[in-house]
Design a protein around this ligand. Structure first.
Ligand SMILES: Nc1ncnc2c1ncn2[C@@H]1O[C@H](COP(=O)(O)OP(=O)(O)OP(=O)(O)O)[C@@H](O)[C@H]1O
Ligand SMILES: [Mg+2]
Length: 844
């Protein structure tokens, strides 16, 4: 090993002690550029400068071939002088030299540090007097420990530097293992460390070995850090590179696959079509920006992503809305009137009002038309919805409707935010899309059924829709861009007015549609319902004719309603049965007669006799009630139970107001017992029970007051109710009769039920004059009263027909009883109005 490696061998041979004496006082100085030679290092050099070649030639023939090698302060100098040299260099032995064409190659071996004293010659090359530096080698105690620590640290770090640095041969890792001497190790490490010439020179000039080691340790550590950071950067860069390459590669593959499947083009076509749709939709600036932003996103998404569908659906919604499309209004008022008449019989006042409303639009064509929203209110089946449709038809507008009844959540009106899964726009925007015109007639049904169990504030959501001040930029949560609703003609419908939220009611023009009289119903049937059903069943007019009597019989015997919906249903039933007969071979035309109706529909469901039956005993009185379904007849029954102590029992689902009015009725009768011929102790011995049948239906309201007093009065006096009399009115404890509402509906109901005389408050006289149709006035007798005494006199037979309850003296005098008001029965199939969940009805 030693043989093969003469360098190692000589390092050992030429130890510091050995070589010191060989170094002459004066040396030829070979300047070195860009590098520093250290003692103990064997290094190759190439010499090309003429002066230097001469120096080597001369040295080669000299005795000991030792020269000084000193680094230049400035490596760029062409002809350096003594002054250009660093003050410290190395005395080196030339171990080998080879002459080349352009210079000399030699291998030199560093021996000892030398300090340049003074030049003895500058040309042709520099020679100088030198001093061989002594290096302190002895360490004791702490110094020893520090030197050892520095050595180990430097050795370990240096080995890592060699490992990590691609430019240093791995063999260098062996240096620390083979060299034990701290000074030599420091010099060897410094020689190979990839640091600048200046830093190496600094190490060379440091004669104190401990200080030299410290400096070196710092340099090695720094170098290690640089390498580590470098390798981190390197690995990051390369992983980023691989990711990008991978993605690029996959994308290319995807494109190839899509192309293979014929999809790539579809995608592009889709995006292009969407872009064209956005252009074509004419949406305003904000919406367009939003749409374009979404389209950008869509383009970047893979079609399989869930987000893609969401984004796509949103764009569909945006582009399908009627931003600019609209229909031309027909504002020819005469023509509008013609269409309304064509679709609906009667309703003259209402049609007039609608025409007035539309006339305003005729003259104010630009800008907002600040008109109140129309609200059609009335019982079911009176034509509210179909009037709305008819208005749309007359104006040449699109018609859309939806029901607010049962809506629980603001989101149903205004949509869900797009962040919810499956989010959609609310009903308003959905309606606009269905309408595909920005100026449809939009009907919001059942605005009276929007109530308190609504999440969010229904009136604010609805106002934003309906209020012309706010609906110019209506914002649906899903769309998230404003949509202009100001061209929409909104019409709302309601069965009951007092449950409509006040802020909404304020902005609406209420148009009331009361029920129809029998005569009106006959006309409606003749002009509309029968024709409609005939044509729906494909029967020519001459095949199926109706007698007037049959229609009247159908109305009286099979329907009891304010509107005509059931009537239409029954007409449909008969038409269907007739159609079947024709289908089964009947040839000759059919005329619907009373008998035919009975044959098809069975025995009549309603009879006038009912009223008569119900009041065939003392203690029962007939009242009139108003309900959201129109007017109705109701019976109040009173009974006295011996053995009690004057307590009052009430049954039949009565509301608080109605209970109080029963209490007031009883108090009045007790207070006026004498007039009714009751012994003082009558109520001390009897309990009274008042029942209002149809117990499943909640009833409330003060208007049954007169009826209750009449029932109790009849009971205690034994005088029965006169035939076919019905009444309505609120009472006071002092016996006055106060006015109530719903007079028209009540009168119609009375007539439907076969009542002939109606007792009602004096102060309702004007309602009768103004509202009640002539035919009804002609067939009903109205008695106006202001005192309870008048009611009892008018309502009860003059003589008792029954034993009054035990203990009462049946003196049929005119007692002072009171009038009652009516209660109201409420809802059957319809949801209750939300504001008064307990008791539905009410008049007053
Ligand atoms: N005056 C009328 N002339 C002709 N047909 C009528 C008239 N009034 C109602 N109708 C017909 O009666 C049927 C029921 O009317 P519609 O559905 O409009 O009732 P509505 O008032 O909206 O009831 P609801 O409160 O239950 O919604 C419809 O077929 C309608 O065309
Ligand atoms: Mg309706």
């Amino acid at each position: 090993m030693v043989e093969d490696d003469p360098v190692e061998e000589e390092v050992v041979e030429l130890g510091v002690g050995d070589t010191a004496g060989l170094i002459p006082d004066e040396l030829s100085i070979l300047p070195l550029r860009d590098n520093v030679l250290f003692p103990a290092v064997v290094a190759p050099l190439t010499v090309t400068r003429e002066a230097s070649v001469k120096l080597i030639d001369d040295a080669a023939v000299a005795e000991n071939r030792i020269i000084g090698i000193v680094t230049l302060k400035d490596p760029t100098l062409e002809a350096p002088t003594f002054a250009d040299l660093h003050p410290v260099g190395v005395a080196a032995a030339i171990r080998m030299m080879v002459k080349m064409q352009d210079g000399v190659r030699l291998i030199v071996h560093g021996l000892r540090r030398i300090r340049l004293e003074e030049p003895t010659q500058e040309s042709p090359y520099i020679r100088a007097r030198v001093i061989v530096e002594e290096e302190g080698q002895e360490f004791v105690g702490e110094e020893e420990v520090e030197v050892q620590a520095l050595l180990r640290n430097t050795a370990a770090n240096f080995q890592r530097v060699v490992q990590m640095s691609p430019n240093l041969p791995d063999e260098l890792q062996a240096i620390p293992m083979n060299v034990r001497d701290p000074a030599t190790l420091a010099d060897l490490v410094a020689a190979h460390l990839p640091v600048g010439t200046d830093e190496k020179q600094e190490i060379l000039e440091e004669l104190d070995v401990r200080a030299r080691l410290r400096k070196l340790a710092g340099l090695v550590q720094r170098e290690l850090n640089v390498l580590e950071v470098g390798s981190k950067i390197q690995s990051e860069v390369s992983s980023e590179m691989t990711r990008m390459q991978r993605e690029y590669f996959l994308r290319e593959q995807l494109k190839a696959i899509q192309k293979e499947l014929g999809e790539g083009d579809d995608r592009e076509t889709e995006i292009r079509e969407l872009r064209e749709k956005i252009e074509a939709s004419g949406m305003p600036e904000d919406a367009r920006k939003e749409a374009e932003r979404e389209l950008e996103r869509l383009q970047r998404m893979p079609p399989a992503a869930a987000e893609y569908t969401v984004s796509r659906t949103y764009l569909d919604w945006l582009t399908c809305l009627p931003w600019t499309t609209q229909t031309e209004d027909n504002l020819d008022i005469k023509d509008v009137r013609r269409v309304l008449d064509e679709d609906h019989y009667g309703l003259d006042k209402i049609k007039d009002r609608i025409l007035e409303y539309l006339s305003v639009r005729k003259f104010k064509t630009e800008g907002d038309v600040r008109q109140p929203i129309l609200c059609f209110s009335g019982p079911p089946g009176v034509g509210k919805t179909s009037l709305g449709k008819s208005i749309a038809r007359a104006l040449g507008r699109k018609f859309v409707r939806f029901s607010l009844g049962g809506m629980r959540d603001e989101a149903e009106i205004r949509g869900h935010r797009r962040t919810y899964i499956g989010a959609l726009p609310g009903q308003i925007i959905q309606g606009m899309r269905r309408a595909s015109s920005k100026n449809p007639v939009m009907m919001l049904d059942e605005i009276d059924k929007v109530g308190q169990d609504f999440r969010g504030d229904p009136s604010s959501a609805l106002l934003e829709v309906l209020d012309p001040e706010q609906n110019v930029d209506f914002r649906d949560h899903y769309l998230d861009v404003p949509f202009n609703l100001s061209n929409v003609l909104f019409i709302t419908t309601a069965n009951v007015l007092d449950t409509i939220l006040p802020p909404l009611r304020d902005r609406m023009e209420i148009i009331e549609l009361a029920g129809y009289t029998e005569e009106e119903k006959i006309e409606i049937a003749k002009r509309h319902l029968i024709d409609k059903q005939r044509s729906e069943h494909g029967l020519p007019e001459e095949k199926l004719q109706w007698e007037d009597a049959a229609i009247r019989f159908l109305i009286g015997g099979y329907t009891r309603e304010a509107g005509v919906r059931n009537l239409e249903r029954e007409v449909a039933a008969i038409t269907r049965k007739a159609t079947r007969e024709f289908a089964e071979g009947r040839e000759e035309p059919m005329v619907v007669t009373t008998d035919q109706v009975r044959k098809y529909l069975g025995a009549p469901r309603f009879e006038f006799e009912e009223v008569q039956d119900r009041v065939s005993h003392a203690g029962v009185a007939t009242g009139l009630a108003w309900t959201p379904f129109g007017g109705d007849v109701l019976f109040i029954e009173a009974m006295a139970m011996p053995g009690g102590d004057g307590r009052l029992t009430l049954t039949g689902q009565l509301g608080d107001v109605m209970k109080e009015s029963a209490q007031a009725a009883l108090s009045y009768v007790r207070a006026h017992g004498e007039e009714l011929g009751l012994p003082d102790e009558y109520f001390k011995k009897h309990d009274v029970h008042i029942h209002v049948p149809a117990g499943a239906i909640p009833k409330d309201g003060p208007s049954a007051g007169v009826t209750m007093i009449t029932a109790i009065g009849s009971l205690v006096s034994g005088r029965k109710l006169r035939p076919r009399v019905a009444m309505t009115g609120e009472i006071t404890l002092t016996g006055r009769v106060l006015p109530v509402g719903g007079i028209k509906e009540k009168a119609l109901a009375a007539r439907r039920a076969g009542i002939r005389e109606m007792i009602l408050p004096e102060r309702n006289r004007k309602d009768v004059d103004e509202e009640i149709p002539e035919q009804v006035k002609n067939s009903l007798t109205f008695h106006f009263v202001s005192e309870i005494g008048q009611v009892l006199k008018l309502a009860l037979e003059t003589t008792p027909s029954e034993e009054p309850p035990s203990g009462a003296r049946p003196e049929p005098e005119e007692p002072a009883t009171d009038g009652g008001r009516e209660p109201e029965a409420l809802p059957k199939p319809k949801p209750k109005p939300k504001r008064r969940p307990k008791t539905p009805v009410a008049v007053g």
